[in-house]
Ligand binder design. Structure first.
Ligand code: 4NP
Length: 160
């Protein structure tokens, strides 16, 4: 299963989501590709925010190989699932979709923990460290849902 995590800057939330899911795929021996991107290009080429790197490191996850990049239309061809952190990210992703097949690949990541809730992963960029530990917990839970779906061969996002 090829999964792309998407937020705004690709330095806080989606790098963490990428690291957590790659780690879980390894633990569960799930074959797949995990990557992340931002809808905006402001931080392209940058490493993950040090606060994301630190909370990941505390959980034994290494984000040091990651560099930010912008989401692009071709990502619909490269990935099976595209998980947005919030509604604004999802709108931006869908604005680049070419057809219904593209649109069906995209969804809100927290719907993998709480189907149909349409909850958002809050942007922690301007807040303190506690925002990052909250984001970690939300993403950890959602990635458990992705692993469960991948293991059971679930083909669709749970629908709202
Ligand atoms: P992210 O957080 O979307 O989780 O990577 C942000 C990072 C940078 C900015 C906004 C959100 N920014 O405005 O520069």
């Amino acid at each position: 299963m090829k999964v792309l995590m998407v937020c705004l800057g690709n330095i806080c939330r989606s790098p963490l989501a990428e690291g957590i899911l790659r780690h879980k795929f390894g633990l569960h021996q799930i074959r797949g590709l995990v990557d992340s991107a931002g809808t905006a290009a402001y931080h392209a080429g940058e490493r993950p925010d040090p606060r994301s790197a630190e909370i990941a490191r505390k959980h034994g996850i290494d984000l040091s190989g990651q560099r930010a990049r912008q989401f692009r239309t071709q990502d619909f061809d490269r990935f099976d699932r595209i998980y947005a952190m919030d509604q604004s990210n999802l709108r931006d992703i869908l604005s680049l979709a070419r057809n219904e097949a593209d649109r069906k690949k995209a969804g809100l990541i927290l719907n993998m923990a709480h189907p149909g809730s349409n909850l958002e992963v809050p942007d922690p960029y301007y807040g303190g460290d506690e925002g990052f530990s909250r984001v970690y917990k939300l993403l950890d839970h959602a990635c458990d849902g992705i692993v469960a779906a991948a293991s059971s061969g679930l083909k669709e996002h749970p629908k709202p």
